[in-house]
Design a protein around this ligand. Structure first.
Ligand SMILES: [Zn+2]
Ligand SMILES: [Zn+2]
Length: 348
Protein backbone atom coordinates (compact mmCIF):
# COMPACT_ATOMS: atom_id res chain seq x y z
CA UNK A 1 0.00 0.00 0.00
CA UNK A 2 1.18 3.46 -0.77
CA UNK A 3 0.95 4.65 2.85
CA UNK A 4 4.03 2.58 3.57
CA UNK A 5 6.14 4.68 1.19
CA UNK A 6 8.69 6.68 3.15
CA UNK A 7 8.16 10.42 3.31
CA UNK A 8 10.27 12.10 0.66
CA UNK A 9 9.68 9.28 -1.84
CA UNK A 10 8.45 10.19 -5.28
CA UNK A 11 4.85 9.60 -6.36
CA UNK A 12 3.28 9.37 -9.80
CA UNK A 13 0.95 12.30 -10.46
CA UNK A 14 -1.12 13.83 -13.24
CA UNK A 15 0.49 17.20 -13.85
CA UNK A 16 -0.32 20.36 -15.78
CA UNK A 17 3.28 20.90 -16.86
CA UNK A 18 3.21 24.33 -18.47
CA UNK A 19 1.01 27.09 -19.82
CA UNK A 20 -0.93 26.68 -23.03
CA UNK A 21 -3.39 24.08 -24.27
CA UNK A 22 -2.39 20.49 -23.48
CA UNK A 23 0.85 20.12 -21.51
CA UNK A 24 -0.83 17.55 -19.25
CA UNK A 25 0.70 14.18 -18.45
CA UNK A 26 1.98 11.78 -15.83
CA UNK A 27 5.15 12.67 -13.96
CA UNK A 28 6.68 12.24 -10.53
CA UNK A 29 6.78 14.71 -7.67
CA UNK A 30 8.07 14.27 -4.11
CA UNK A 31 5.47 13.00 -1.71
CA UNK A 32 4.54 16.04 0.42
CA UNK A 33 5.06 16.24 4.17
CA UNK A 34 2.38 17.87 6.32
CA UNK A 35 3.41 20.95 8.29
CA UNK A 36 1.66 22.41 11.34
CA UNK A 37 -2.14 22.11 11.09
CA UNK A 38 -1.81 20.12 7.85
CA UNK A 39 -2.56 16.50 7.01
CA UNK A 40 -1.55 14.04 4.32
CA UNK A 41 -4.43 12.19 2.66
CA UNK A 42 -3.95 8.82 0.96
CA UNK A 43 -6.15 9.36 -2.09
CA UNK A 44 -8.96 6.85 -2.70
CA UNK A 45 -10.59 8.69 -5.59
CA UNK A 46 -10.56 11.96 -7.48
CA UNK A 47 -13.45 13.01 -9.70
CA UNK A 48 -12.79 14.25 -13.22
CA UNK A 49 -14.59 17.55 -13.60
CA UNK A 50 -15.27 20.05 -16.39
CA UNK A 51 -12.75 22.33 -14.67
CA UNK A 52 -10.01 19.74 -15.26
CA UNK A 53 -10.82 19.78 -18.97
CA UNK A 54 -10.73 23.60 -18.93
CA UNK A 55 -7.30 23.45 -17.20
CA UNK A 56 -6.13 20.97 -19.84
CA UNK A 57 -7.36 23.38 -22.55
CA UNK A 58 -5.89 26.42 -20.72
CA UNK A 59 -9.36 27.96 -20.34
CA UNK A 60 -9.20 28.00 -16.53
CA UNK A 61 -6.37 29.72 -14.65
CA UNK A 62 -3.66 27.47 -13.22
CA UNK A 63 -0.11 27.84 -11.98
CA UNK A 64 1.92 25.08 -13.67
CA UNK A 65 3.69 22.88 -12.97
CA UNK A 66 0.91 21.68 -10.66
CA UNK A 67 -0.68 18.33 -9.80
CA UNK A 68 -4.31 18.51 -10.98
CA UNK A 69 -7.43 17.20 -9.22
CA UNK A 70 -9.73 18.95 -6.73
CA UNK A 71 -12.62 16.50 -6.12
CA UNK A 72 -10.77 14.39 -3.59
CA UNK A 73 -11.54 11.71 -1.04
CA UNK A 74 -9.30 9.42 0.96
CA UNK A 75 -7.96 8.67 4.42
CA UNK A 76 -5.70 10.80 6.60
CA UNK A 77 -2.44 8.84 6.97
CA UNK A 78 -0.10 11.51 8.39
CA UNK A 79 -0.79 14.57 10.48
CA UNK A 80 1.40 17.58 11.19
CA UNK A 81 1.64 19.17 14.65
CA UNK A 82 -1.84 20.07 15.91
CA UNK A 83 -3.75 17.95 13.39
CA UNK A 84 -3.47 14.53 15.04
CA UNK A 85 -7.21 14.20 15.69
CA UNK A 86 -7.73 13.55 11.99
CA UNK A 87 -5.43 10.52 11.74
CA UNK A 88 -7.24 7.53 10.26
CA UNK A 89 -10.40 9.41 9.33
CA UNK A 90 -12.01 9.14 5.91
CA UNK A 91 -12.37 12.66 4.57
CA UNK A 92 -13.06 15.00 1.71
CA UNK A 93 -11.34 18.42 1.72
CA UNK A 94 -12.51 21.88 0.78
CA UNK A 95 -10.41 23.01 -2.14
CA UNK A 96 -8.91 26.28 -0.90
CA UNK A 97 -5.34 25.72 0.20
CA UNK A 98 -4.84 29.42 0.87
CA UNK A 99 -7.13 32.41 1.37
CA UNK A 100 -6.02 35.73 2.81
CA UNK A 101 -8.48 35.85 5.74
CA UNK A 102 -8.28 39.66 5.68
CA UNK A 103 -10.26 40.81 2.62
CA UNK A 104 -13.96 41.71 2.86
CA UNK A 105 -15.00 38.42 1.23
CA UNK A 106 -12.95 36.30 3.66
CA UNK A 107 -14.25 38.29 6.65
CA UNK A 108 -17.81 37.63 5.46
CA UNK A 109 -17.16 33.86 5.37
CA UNK A 110 -17.04 33.89 1.57
CA UNK A 111 -13.57 32.48 1.02
CA UNK A 112 -14.76 31.40 -2.45
CA UNK A 113 -14.63 35.05 -3.54
CA UNK A 114 -11.20 35.91 -2.06
CA UNK A 115 -9.06 37.48 -4.80
CA UNK A 116 -5.94 35.84 -3.34
CA UNK A 117 -7.51 32.36 -3.15
CA UNK A 118 -5.28 29.45 -4.23
CA UNK A 119 -6.92 26.07 -4.67
CA UNK A 120 -5.66 22.51 -4.93
CA UNK A 121 -5.56 21.12 -8.45
CA UNK A 122 -4.97 24.46 -10.14
CA UNK A 123 -2.60 26.60 -8.05
CA UNK A 124 -1.40 24.15 -5.40
CA UNK A 125 -0.72 20.42 -5.90
CA UNK A 126 -3.99 18.48 -5.96
CA UNK A 127 -5.29 14.94 -5.77
CA UNK A 128 -4.37 13.11 -8.99
CA UNK A 129 -1.55 11.40 -7.05
CA UNK A 130 -1.20 8.78 -4.35
CA UNK A 131 -1.20 11.48 -1.65
CA UNK A 132 -2.26 15.11 -1.25
CA UNK A 133 -1.50 17.60 1.52
CA UNK A 134 -4.24 19.95 2.79
CA UNK A 135 -4.86 22.20 5.82
CA UNK A 136 -6.86 20.47 8.55
CA UNK A 137 -9.45 23.25 8.56
CA UNK A 138 -10.48 22.11 5.06
CA UNK A 139 -11.43 18.60 6.17
CA UNK A 140 -14.88 17.07 6.35
CA UNK A 141 -15.47 13.51 7.48
CA UNK A 142 -17.21 11.37 4.87
CA UNK A 143 -20.41 9.70 6.13
CA UNK A 144 -20.26 5.93 6.69
CA UNK A 145 -23.09 5.38 4.18
CA UNK A 146 -20.95 6.74 1.32
CA UNK A 147 -18.73 4.41 -0.72
CA UNK A 148 -14.99 5.02 -0.73
CA UNK A 149 -15.00 6.48 -4.25
CA UNK A 150 -18.27 8.43 -4.03
CA UNK A 151 -16.82 10.59 -1.23
CA UNK A 152 -15.15 12.58 -4.02
CA UNK A 153 -18.63 13.92 -4.86
CA UNK A 154 -18.73 15.99 -1.64
CA UNK A 155 -16.92 18.80 -3.49
CA UNK A 156 -19.29 19.12 -6.48
CA UNK A 157 -22.25 18.75 -4.09
CA UNK A 158 -20.87 21.63 -2.02
CA UNK A 159 -20.84 23.79 -5.17
CA UNK A 160 -24.46 22.81 -5.88
CA UNK A 161 -25.40 23.65 -2.28
CA UNK A 162 -23.72 27.04 -2.68
CA UNK A 163 -26.05 27.72 -5.64
CA UNK A 164 -29.27 26.29 -4.21
CA UNK A 165 -29.27 26.35 -0.41
CA UNK A 166 -28.53 29.80 1.01
CA UNK A 167 -31.34 30.70 0.94
CA UNK A 168 -33.23 27.65 -0.30
CA UNK A 169 -34.43 28.37 -3.83
CA UNK A 170 -37.47 26.04 -3.67
CA UNK A 171 -40.26 25.44 -1.17
CA UNK A 172 -42.53 22.42 -0.71
CA UNK A 173 -45.03 22.26 -3.56
CA UNK A 174 -42.88 24.18 -6.04
CA UNK A 175 -42.24 22.80 -9.49
CA UNK A 176 -38.58 22.79 -10.51
CA UNK A 177 -36.69 22.04 -13.71
CA UNK A 178 -33.01 21.15 -13.93
CA UNK A 179 -31.46 21.43 -17.39
CA UNK A 180 -28.51 19.09 -18.00
CA UNK A 181 -28.21 15.60 -16.44
CA UNK A 182 -24.48 15.59 -15.66
CA UNK A 183 -23.28 15.08 -12.09
CA UNK A 184 -24.03 18.72 -11.20
CA UNK A 185 -27.53 18.38 -12.69
CA UNK A 186 -28.42 15.17 -10.86
CA UNK A 187 -27.02 16.58 -7.60
CA UNK A 188 -29.06 19.78 -8.18
CA UNK A 189 -32.20 17.74 -8.82
CA UNK A 190 -31.70 15.82 -5.56
CA UNK A 191 -31.17 19.02 -3.57
CA UNK A 192 -34.31 20.64 -5.04
CA UNK A 193 -36.24 17.46 -4.25
CA UNK A 194 -34.94 17.66 -0.68
CA UNK A 195 -36.33 21.20 -0.51
CA UNK A 196 -39.77 19.80 -1.33
CA UNK A 197 -39.98 20.59 -5.03
CA UNK A 198 -41.51 18.37 -7.68
CA UNK A 199 -38.42 18.04 -9.93
CA UNK A 200 -38.05 17.44 -13.66
CA UNK A 201 -34.62 16.93 -15.25
CA UNK A 202 -34.06 17.38 -18.97
CA UNK A 203 -31.32 16.11 -21.28
CA UNK A 204 -30.58 15.21 -24.88
CA UNK A 205 -30.70 11.77 -26.52
CA UNK A 206 -26.97 11.22 -25.86
CA UNK A 207 -27.75 11.58 -22.13
CA UNK A 208 -29.97 8.49 -21.96
CA UNK A 209 -27.79 6.61 -19.42
CA UNK A 210 -27.70 9.72 -17.22
CA UNK A 211 -31.46 10.23 -17.48
CA UNK A 212 -31.97 6.59 -16.49
CA UNK A 213 -29.80 7.09 -13.38
CA UNK A 214 -31.84 10.19 -12.47
CA UNK A 215 -35.11 8.29 -12.97
CA UNK A 216 -33.83 5.54 -10.66
CA UNK A 217 -33.49 8.24 -7.97
CA UNK A 218 -37.15 9.26 -8.28
CA UNK A 219 -36.59 12.27 -10.52
CA UNK A 220 -38.82 12.81 -13.55
CA UNK A 221 -36.35 12.62 -16.45
CA UNK A 222 -37.35 13.88 -19.92
CA UNK A 223 -35.75 14.58 -23.27
CA UNK A 224 -35.39 18.29 -24.02
CA UNK A 225 -37.54 17.77 -27.11
CA UNK A 226 -40.43 16.73 -24.83
CA UNK A 227 -39.97 19.58 -22.35
CA UNK A 228 -43.04 21.44 -23.65
CA UNK A 229 -45.32 18.59 -22.57
CA UNK A 230 -43.60 18.33 -19.18
CA UNK A 231 -43.87 22.06 -18.43
CA UNK A 232 -46.64 23.09 -16.01
CA UNK A 233 -49.12 25.78 -17.09
CA UNK A 234 -47.33 29.10 -16.90
CA UNK A 235 -43.89 27.53 -16.38
CA UNK A 236 -41.75 26.13 -13.56
CA UNK A 237 -41.41 27.97 -10.25
CA UNK A 238 -37.67 27.30 -10.29
CA UNK A 239 -35.29 26.47 -13.13
CA UNK A 240 -31.63 25.58 -12.58
CA UNK A 241 -29.26 25.29 -15.52
CA UNK A 242 -26.54 22.71 -15.01
CA UNK A 243 -25.78 22.27 -18.71
CA UNK A 244 -23.62 25.34 -19.30
CA UNK A 245 -24.89 25.06 -22.86
CA UNK A 246 -26.31 27.98 -24.84
CA UNK A 247 -29.40 26.11 -26.03
CA UNK A 248 -29.96 24.62 -22.58
CA UNK A 249 -29.74 28.03 -20.91
CA UNK A 250 -32.09 29.56 -23.48
CA UNK A 251 -34.63 26.77 -22.97
CA UNK A 252 -34.28 27.14 -19.21
CA UNK A 253 -34.93 30.89 -19.22
CA UNK A 254 -38.05 30.32 -21.32
CA UNK A 255 -39.32 27.58 -18.99
CA UNK A 256 -39.45 29.73 -15.81
CA UNK A 257 -42.86 31.13 -14.85
CA UNK A 258 -43.27 34.90 -14.68
CA UNK A 259 -41.84 36.08 -11.39
CA UNK A 260 -40.06 32.73 -11.00
CA UNK A 261 -36.50 31.93 -9.99
CA UNK A 262 -33.67 31.05 -12.40
CA UNK A 263 -30.38 29.69 -11.06
CA UNK A 264 -27.18 29.40 -13.09
CA UNK A 265 -25.23 26.38 -11.83
CA UNK A 266 -23.24 25.48 -14.96
CA UNK A 267 -20.35 27.40 -16.50
CA UNK A 268 -20.28 28.00 -20.25
CA UNK A 269 -16.54 28.71 -20.47
CA UNK A 270 -17.20 31.42 -23.06
CA UNK A 271 -19.62 34.30 -23.79
CA UNK A 272 -22.95 33.14 -25.22
CA UNK A 273 -26.06 34.73 -26.78
CA UNK A 274 -29.23 34.50 -24.66
CA UNK A 275 -32.39 36.63 -24.62
CA UNK A 276 -31.72 38.62 -21.47
CA UNK A 277 -34.96 40.57 -22.00
CA UNK A 278 -36.76 37.52 -20.61
CA UNK A 279 -35.34 38.35 -17.18
CA UNK A 280 -36.84 41.83 -17.40
CA UNK A 281 -40.12 41.03 -19.17
CA UNK A 282 -40.87 38.11 -16.85
CA UNK A 283 -39.45 39.73 -13.70
CA UNK A 284 -37.26 36.70 -13.06
CA UNK A 285 -35.12 36.41 -9.96
CA UNK A 286 -31.68 35.25 -11.14
CA UNK A 287 -29.08 33.90 -8.75
CA UNK A 288 -25.97 31.75 -8.83
CA UNK A 289 -23.11 30.53 -6.69
CA UNK A 290 -19.39 30.12 -7.25
CA UNK A 291 -17.43 27.16 -5.85
CA UNK A 292 -18.17 26.50 -2.18
CA UNK A 293 -18.05 27.91 1.35
CA UNK A 294 -17.68 26.23 4.75
CA UNK A 295 -21.45 26.77 5.08
CA UNK A 296 -22.24 24.91 1.85
CA UNK A 297 -20.05 22.00 3.05
CA UNK A 298 -22.12 21.81 6.24
CA UNK A 299 -25.22 21.52 4.01
CA UNK A 300 -23.52 18.61 2.22
CA UNK A 301 -22.89 16.77 5.48
CA UNK A 302 -26.56 17.13 6.50
CA UNK A 303 -27.99 16.25 3.08
CA UNK A 304 -25.87 13.09 2.85
CA UNK A 305 -26.32 11.99 6.48
CA UNK A 306 -30.12 12.36 6.16
CA UNK A 307 -30.12 10.29 2.95
CA UNK A 308 -31.65 13.22 1.04
CA UNK A 309 -28.82 13.12 -1.51
CA UNK A 310 -27.20 9.83 -2.58
CA UNK A 311 -23.82 9.82 -4.27
CA UNK A 312 -22.80 6.25 -5.11
CA UNK A 313 -25.14 5.77 -8.13
CA UNK A 314 -23.45 8.71 -9.85
CA UNK A 315 -20.03 7.00 -10.03
CA UNK A 316 -20.08 5.11 -13.32
CA UNK A 317 -16.36 4.44 -13.86
CA UNK A 318 -13.21 4.23 -11.73
CA UNK A 319 -9.84 3.85 -13.47
CA UNK A 320 -6.14 3.98 -12.51
CA UNK A 321 -4.18 7.21 -13.06
CA UNK A 322 -2.40 5.53 -15.97
CA UNK A 323 -5.71 5.50 -17.88
CA UNK A 324 -6.34 9.24 -17.38
CA UNK A 325 -6.41 10.03 -21.11
CA UNK A 326 -9.26 7.59 -21.78
CA UNK A 327 -11.25 8.87 -18.80
CA UNK A 328 -10.68 12.54 -19.67
CA UNK A 329 -11.74 11.78 -23.26
CA UNK A 330 -14.90 10.03 -22.10
CA UNK A 331 -15.75 12.93 -19.75
CA UNK A 332 -15.34 15.31 -22.68
CA UNK A 333 -17.87 13.25 -24.68
CA UNK A 334 -20.29 12.97 -21.73
CA UNK A 335 -19.78 9.18 -21.89
CA UNK A 336 -20.75 7.87 -18.44
CA UNK A 337 -21.81 10.11 -15.55
CA UNK A 338 -19.04 10.72 -13.00
CA UNK A 339 -15.70 9.23 -13.96
CA UNK A 340 -13.02 8.94 -11.29
CA UNK A 341 -9.38 7.97 -10.98
CA UNK A 342 -8.14 5.84 -8.06
CA UNK A 343 -4.31 6.05 -7.78
CA UNK A 344 -4.24 2.85 -5.66
CA UNK A 345 -5.22 0.89 -8.78
CA UNK A 346 -1.87 1.78 -10.39
CA UNK A 347 -0.04 -0.16 -7.68
CA UNK A 348 -2.33 -3.19 -7.76
ZN1 LIG B 1 -15.01 20.13 -9.93
ZN1 LIG C 1 -9.44 36.98 1.23
Amino acid sequence: MSDTIASGANMTSLIKRGEGAGNVGLGTVPRPMPGPDEVLIEVYAVGICGTDLHIQDDEFPSLPPVVMGHEVTGRVVEAGPGAGDWLGKRVSPETYFYTCDTCSACKAGRRNLCPRRRSIGSHVDGGFASHVKVPQRNLHEVHDSVGEHAGALYEPLSCVAQCLCDPAVASPGDTALVVGPGAMGILSAQVLKAQGADVTLSGTPRDQQRLDIAASLGITAVLAADLGLATPDGGFDVVADASGDERGIDAGLRAVRKGGHYVQVGLTGKPIAVDIDLICLHELVVTSGFASTPRSWRRVEKLVAAGLVVLDPLVTDVAPLSRWQTSFGRTRKADGLKLMLDPRMDDA
